[in-house]
Ligand binder design. Structure first.
Ligand SMILES: [Zn+2]
Length: 133
């Protein structure tokens, strides 16, 4: 059983901020900002590419609810809502989880940059191949 399945089963304690029959949200043990939260389904899926769309939809709704609550309690100036799939993307626990990260300013604990690289630009042919038909 993976560590997040054990947290979902309450075998391992966590700081739970939301729970229902199918989902759990808890505070990250190594928060990058105040209120950094992980939202998981209690059922195990390796990552979001393996997770049914309905589950991702439910998690998005829980995240939205939490932002309404955190707006009142933590008063952040923004949020990041991200999920890493597989090691190459920085996934460290192979149980799908979404990070809800309250943001206070650009100098807080999360550095997230999008640096376009010329060498990664796509050919016109590849852009056509990428379209979902
Ligand atoms: Zn699991």
């Amino acid at each position: 059983m993976c560590i997040f399945c054990r947290i979902a089963a309450h075998d391992i304690p966590s700081s739970i901020v939301y729970e229902d029959d199918h989902y759990l949200a808890f505070l990250d043990i190594a928060p990058v900002t105040k209120g950094h939260t992980l939202i998981i389904p209690k059922a195990h899926y390796d990552d979001f590419t393996m997770t049914p769309g309905t589950v991702i939809k439910d998690i998005s709704e829980i995240a939205r609810k939490l932002t309404k609550h955190y707006d009142a309690v933590l008063r952040p100036n923004g949020y990041n809502f991200i999920s890493n799939a597989k090691e190459a993307a920085g996934q460290s626990v192979a149980h799908v989880h979404f990070h809800l990260i309250p943001r206070y300013d650009e100098m807080d604990g999360l550095i997230l940059t999008f640096k376009g690289k010329e060498k990664d630009k796509l050919s016109e042919a590849l852009k056509i191949d990428l379209k979902v038909k």
